[in-house]
Design a protein around this ligand. Structure first.
Ligand code: CA
Length: 230
């Protein structure tokens, strides 16, 4: 399956060279030339990998990392002319996965791209979770939920919601993170969405949806899935 790569680069010559080289190798590149466009496109196309130039005309590339990491674990390779150790460390601290310094060799960049894509594929939170009473099982790799042994059908958005909670079992997941992950970063204030979807999920998963045992609301904060990895 061809990987979609978001190329964030304001230098047209470099963007064009990357686009051509990625396309001939069967990747699907999309170019963003500003940080704002990068954040918008990242939400729209849900890329498999992001190549990110740090020096952008509008916002700092480091803030693009923060923006994407608020809701996505997509691999981010920073491609930057800044060679100072500081910006490299800062990029990695903010959640970038790898770093290539300009001028880069295409061979090296492609090797790092392949390595990061492989890592992302081989580490899908492979976990299987189960509620303590054994009623619900969630298989993240297979995208399946079952209740007392019967498959439960979820809509794609319901699954995305549940999946995010299941990747952080027993932990509070902030409402804004759910909104950004399921609907996109521009929807973080649409709290009504999560309320509707949480009731839908409870109706499908809980014995008593009005007195939930698994999918808990932390008032004014977010949600928590009570389940353990098996
Ligand atoms: Ca630049």
């Amino acid at each position: 399956m061809a990987a979609t790569v978001l190329v964030v680069e304001d230098d047209p010559a470099i963007a064009r060279a990357l686009t051509i080289n990625l396309t001939v190798r069967d990747y699907h590149p999309h170019v963003a030339t500003t940080g704002a466009q990068a954040l918008k496109l990242a939400a729209e196309i849900a890329p498999d990998l992001v190549l990110l130039d740090l020096g952008l005309p509008d916002i700092d590339g480091l803030d693009v990392i923060n923006g994407i990491r608020g809701w996505s674990e997509v691999p981010i390779i920073v491609v930057s002319a800044r060679h100072e150790a500081e910006s490299k460390i800062e990029a990695l601290d903010r959640g970038a996965d790898d770093y290539v310094t300009k001028p880069f060799s295409l061979g090296e960049l492609l090797a790092r791209l392949r390595a990061n894509l492989r890592r992302a594929v081989s580490e899908p939170a492979s976990a299987r979770l189960e509620t303590r009473d054994g009623v619900l099982t969630i298989d993240l790799a297979a995208h399946r939920v079952s209740r007392r042994g019967e498959d439960v059908h979820l809509t794609p958005k319901e699954w995305k919601f549940l999946e995010l909670l299941a990747r952080h079992p027993n932990q509070l997941v902030k409402q804004a993170d759910v909104l950004a992950h399921v609907w996109g970063p521009q929807y973080v204030t649409e709290t009504g969405y999560t309320r509707v979807y949480v009731s839908q999920l409870r109706a499908k998963l809980e014995d008593d949806p009005h007195n939930p045992a698994y999918l808990l609301t932390e008032l004014g904060m977010g949600y928590r899935l009570v389940a353990d990895e098996t």
